[in-house]
Design a protein around this ligand. Sequence first.
Ligand SMILES: Nc1ncnc2c1ncn2[C@@H]1O[C@H](COP(=O)(O)OP(=O)(O)OP(=O)(O)O)[C@@H](O)[C@H]1O
Ligand SMILES: [Mg+2]
Length: 449
Amino acid sequence: MERFRIAVIDDEPIIGREIKRGLSKEPRYEVETFLDGESALQRLVQVGFDLLLCDLRLPGMSGLEVLQEARKRIPSCEVILITAHGSVDSAIEAIRAGAFHYLTKPVKMADLRLLVKRSLEKVTLVREKEALKEALFSQNRPSEIIGNSKAMLNVFRLIEKVAPLDSNVLIQGESGTGKEMIARAIHQRSGRKQQPHISFNCGGFTEELIANELFGHEKGAFTGATETKIGLLEAAHRGTIFLDEIGEMPHSMQVKLLRFVEERKLLRVGGVKQLPIDVRLIAASNQDLKEMVKAHAFREDLFYRLNVVLIQLPPLRARPDDIPLLIRHFLEKYSRAFGKKMKGVSSEVLEILSRYPFPGNVRELENIIERAVALSDELEISDRDLPSDLRELSIKNLETEPKLTLEEMEKKYIQEVLAKTHHHKSLAAEILGLPRTTLWRKMKQYGLE
Ligand SMILES: Nc1ncnc2c1ncn2[C@@H]1O[C@H](COP(=O)(O)OP(=O)(O)OP(=O)(O)O)[C@@H](O)[C@H]1O
Ligand SMILES: [Mg+2]
């Protein structure tokens, strides 16, 4: 049974209650009431309302403003405006602004039900059309990658452009921003998608080990080499190789890799014959390779070979717009996985998560939601389901605490951010919006070093 989510917004509680009572007779309707537009809009993205019934005259935002905002956030959302008796002008204005219908007060329940039914039929039609488009499109779209912020839309556009080419790609971004995911999406959208996509993490290995893994060896190349071993580059022939944490690759190995990238020929360890290999290279790093080149920690020539196209993934705290979408995505993912029927998160939780700087980026958010879905006994995630250090970020908690002076507050906040970033000073300075030198001065002043 298809369900519909309806919000009723009226500053007179009795009207909201009446409408809710009238509509709730239809079991497919889930109705929530609000006293002002702001709180309804805040909930809109979390819940994904299909229909808003909104009083034209409200405290704060007007009904028309709510209508426009709602359309911006969820274009398929229908709005029925309720106007005071006889105000024809505002009704005309409402229709111009794109309201599907309007009703005049006092609202007759029979009329209302009919209008609601018709608006929702339109919602169903739009949804079916979207689903169809989605099905046609989904083969090409990196649909599992969530994001609607400007920065992520740029990333998607870039993926689209470079995927079909054979150019090497360098993906940079903090840990947990989705580098591996993007690499996979590029492979899947390239002409090589039927061929292997092989990942190798260069972190923490010696040159010998990496050479052995990437290039393979001939039988008898060294003691213990009892069989010929095919390396990962050879195994990825005609496909893609993903070299993760490329910044960790020892210097001597960088030279060998450069030779391979330039010649596209490979010599197994202990081998004599060069084998031509056709492979696309995608490299990733959570450090700034250009800075590493400047510090002579990474070879410049190799950097230029890898960095034909650069995809820079922004940290999650730089794209707060994506947080509600990601919450929804992971909520659905883990509800399905755990056989639960979670509907959303409380506005408290949304508030806390919008303020948290996520040093572990999307991976951290995913873990938080997974844990919360597993713990929750309700249909909605509440702040009780969050880890305790996060719960402390709640405004409610801040309000009940004894009042601090501005200085004490500043000290406490700096302390908090330092702890969250594991004393990563430049990151902390960035989050706090302070020049690094100012942060150091303040840390000294408050004895936080
Ligand atoms: N935009 C996104 N939409 C959906 N899930 C995402 C997104 N970005 C990251 N994730 C999820 O977050 C987790 C971490 O992503 P991934 O492993 O790609 O990050 P990474 O940048 O490679 O991190 P690291 O540097 O630590 O290896 C994965 O489970 C991935 O599915
Ligand atoms: Mg990774």
